[in-house]
Write a protein that binds this ligand. Structure first.
Ligand code: DP6
Length: 366
């Protein structure tokens, strides 16, 4: 399945696209997500080597506006016509990246060659916070592209198909972005697994298994330990899994951790939730440390924070835990009902390890 529209009847009658001057504005807002079961390692065209599961966030999002106008009959339909603005400024670097992405889609989505595109994108979180924005930005862009197709070709009228295609396209831009197209769904999964009906490597799906109340409104406080760009890109990190001696064991572990997590989410079992979520974070970083070449993605502040969280949990029995993405920042996860205690703890004990005392309050989207 590549969601190709080359056989689309509207499209075959290119007159519809060339004679009729169409223009419009499409906007989409997509949330960031934090993986509890990590996607790390891929094959083929952006296909994951194991299933992943993430919380959808609320406050960290990207908003993208796409301004389109159909090209004149005389203009080439084999090239992408694009201008890109990020946070109000023309951004050549991002424009290049998006152009490359759109060019890669052109053979299966030829309507992209029939329009002039102006894209304006902005994040709700500061660019200097060291938070990866590829998930939310690629998801917002993919949703805009699906609306563009709907507008030009009269396709994707079915909502499920619309979101599946958006997730499919977002995945081609950045794997974790596949999980960011469903803004009002608390949990999303991506990747084929026996444990989730209709799961797919090609697109992410909303998580439809039972979720206990305690996990419905989980809080995620993102501690900014480092605002610097990561020492290794995700792309390079995934590639290092190919020769990692522990990769097969890792992929099996992801499946068994997912099974445990599914049960914990249903039962409201915070103990197993913590065991699985922290294990996933440690394993991700351990894999990087034993890659060739090795990478240490934690900073000393990251380790200090982790130790403080574990000690606080032991002393108070509050089910607070952490997860990490492929960098030094720490996502602190806790149930809403312990919000006050946890924020106090973060302010007093963890904030000193944050870069310029910065952290972002977020929560699972609903
Ligand atoms: C550690 O989605 O950023 O955050 O597909 O190469 O763009 P690309 O990688 P990316 O990898 C995310 C890795 C992770 C885990 C996760 O989000 O599942």
């Amino acid at each position: 399945m590549n969601f190709s529209v080359t056989d689309n009847d509207f499209f075959k009658e290119t007159s519809l696209l060339t004679k009729e001057d169409k223009k419009g504005i499409i906007t989409h807002k997509s949330p960031s997500n934090i993986a509890l079961i990590k996607y790390w390692g891929k094959h083929g065209i952006q296909l994951p080597n194991n299933p992943s599961l993430s919380f959808t966030l609320t406050n960290a999002f990207t908003e993208t506006k796409l301004d389109f106008q159909t090209k004149k009959e005389s203009e080439s339909k084999a090239v992408i016509s694009l201008e890109f603005w990020f946070e109000g400024q023309k951004n050549e670097k991002f424009e290049q990246k998006i152009r490359k992405f759109l060019e890669s889609l052109l053979p299966t989505q030829p309507f992209l060659g029939f329009v002039h595109l102006q894209i304006y994108s902005q994040n709700s979180f500061p660019h200097s916070a060291g938070i990866a924005s590829s998930a939310s930005s690629m998801a917002a862009l993919a949703l805009c592209l699906c609306d563009l197709e709907k507008n030009l070709l009269n396709t994707l009228q079915n909502e499920e198909e619309f979101y599946q295609k958006a997730s499919f396209l977002a995945r081609l831009g950045s794997g974790s972005a596949a999980r960011s197209v469903y803004s009002n769904i608390p949990i999303t999964t991506w990747g084929k697994t026996e444990d989730i009906k209709d799961s797919s490597d090609l697109w992410a799906n909303p998580y439809i298994l039972p979720i206990h109340d305690i996990f419905q409104n989980y809080q995620d406080t993102i501690l900014i330990v480092s605002a610097e760009e990561k020492s290794v890109s995700s792309r390079a990190g995934h590639a290092l899994m190919e020769n990692n001696p522990f990769s097969q064991t890792r992929y099996q572990l992801a499946h068994s951790n997912l099974q445990k997590l599914i049960l914990a989410l249903e039962k409201g079992d915070t103990e197993t939730f913590i065991e699985v979520v922290e294990n996933e974070a440690f394993v991700l970083h351990a894999l990087m440390m034993c890659s060739s070449p090795p990478f240490i993605l934690m900073e000393t502040g990251t380790l200090s924070i982790i130790k403080k969280i574990q000690k606080y949990r032991q002393e108070t029995t509050i089910p607070i835990c952490f997860t990490l993405d492929a960098g030094a920042n720490v996502h602190v996860l806790y149930p809403k009902k312990y919000e006050n205690e946890c924020i106090n703890f973060i302010d007093n004990d963890l904030k000193p390890f944050c870069f310029e005392g910065k952290y972002l309050l977020d929560k699972v989207g609903s």
